[in-house]
Design a protein around this ligand. Structure first.
Ligand SMILES: [Zn+2]
Ligand SMILES: [Zn+2]
Length: 101
């Protein structure tokens, strides 16, 4: 179990992936069948912006259902085995391609 804080209040406009759930899909190398909140079996409908309690200066994306994504500012308990994808696009989809690729 991992404790994270819902920071959907900081969510930026969709990145070049076309949406934050797609962004998570593209970089997590996992598939989401359910919302990652423990005990929630909602469909993954949003790429949720969260902060790990242990790493509050980093924003990461996890798949959440609409109801959990709406719990702005609340602490959520999520499963341990989810790959957290950086919400910063510098090291993912916004990475500059090497010149002459
Ligand atoms: Zn992206
Ligand atoms: Zn949920």
């Amino acid at each position: 179990m991992m404790r994270v804080k819902n920071r959907m209040d900081l969510a930026a406009d969709a990145c070049s992936c076309g949406g934050w759930l797609q962004h998570w899909d593209n970089y997590s190398r996992q598939r989401a069948n359910f919302c990652m909140v423990i005990g929630c079996d909602g469909k993954p409908e949003a790429g949720g912006w969260v902060q790990k309690e242990a790493e509050p200066d980093r924003l990461v994306i996890v798949p959440l259902c609409k109801a959990c994504a709406a719990k702005v500012g609340q602490t959520l308990e999520i499963v341990n085995n989810v790959n957290l994808v950086s919400a910063g696009t510098d090291d993912t989809c916004g990475r500059k391609k090497a010149s002459g690729y």
